[in-house]
Write a protein that binds this ligand. Structure first.
Ligand code: GDP
Length: 182
């Protein structure tokens, strides 16, 4: 599934960010990017995406991460958003229970439109706002176990676990899709 890209990198992956509005998807993506990537947009289909090169073992992987650019506020995300994606960060906000309750809907969509082997990492964002917490870390962990997902709490604001969440997804995609074809 992973395609060879160019001389500079060995593989190109597409992954998507999903979750309710204002859970912090864009901020997570900007954090992950630091200075190493550029954000581009395709206003026609209402997405933004970013590239970043990551070394996994002795291979250079280029991850192309798509963000909804706020479109989830206005309309359902279409199947084209998911097409070809090998991974997803499914994000909720630990201070808003409703965003956790929406996860069922998001998972249904992932299963409907995403590839069968899609790597999904569940991310409880805004861990810096623990005093406003509405979702226990155990609830996140249990759901992840039940649905067979990886799980992490992050803070885009304080840059906690952001790199780890993306890297976990990318490494797992690499293990699943590249290793078997090498
Ligand atoms: P998106 O709609 O899911 O892309 O969410 P945004 O990235 O636009 O973030 C929505 C709001 O939450 C903004 O006001 C951000 O500043 C804020 N935000 C995002 N991540 C965090 C975080 O980790 N901690 C805190 N305290 N605020 C955050």
């Amino acid at each position: 599934m992973a395609e060879s890209f160019d001389e500079e990198c060995d593989y190109l992956f597409k992954a998507v960010l999903i979750g309710d509005s204002a859970v912090g998807k864009s901020n997570l993506l900007s954090r992950f990017g630091k200075n190493e990537f550029c954000i581009e947009s395709k206003p026609t289909i209402g997405v933004e995406f970013a590239y970043r090169n990551i070394r996994v073992g002795d291979k250079l992987v280029k991850a192309q991460i798509w963000d909804t650019a706020g479109q989830e506020r206005f309309r359902a995300i279409t199947s084209s958003y998911y097409r070809g994606a090998l991974g997803a960060l499914l994000v909720y906000d630990i201070t808003r229970k409703s965003t956790f309750e929406s996860l069922k809907k998001w998972l249904k969509e992932v299963r409907e439109f995403g590839s069968r082997e899609m790597v999904v990492v569940l991310v409880g964002n805004k861990s810096d706002l623990a005093h406003h917490r509405e979702v226990n870390i155990e609830d996140g962990r249990s759901l992840a176990q039940l649905e067979d997902l990886s799980f992490m709490e992050t803070s885009a604001k304080e840059n906690l676990n952001v790199e780890e969440a993306f890297l976990q997804m990318i490494t797992r995609i690499y293990q699943l899709s590249c290793h078997k074809s090498m």
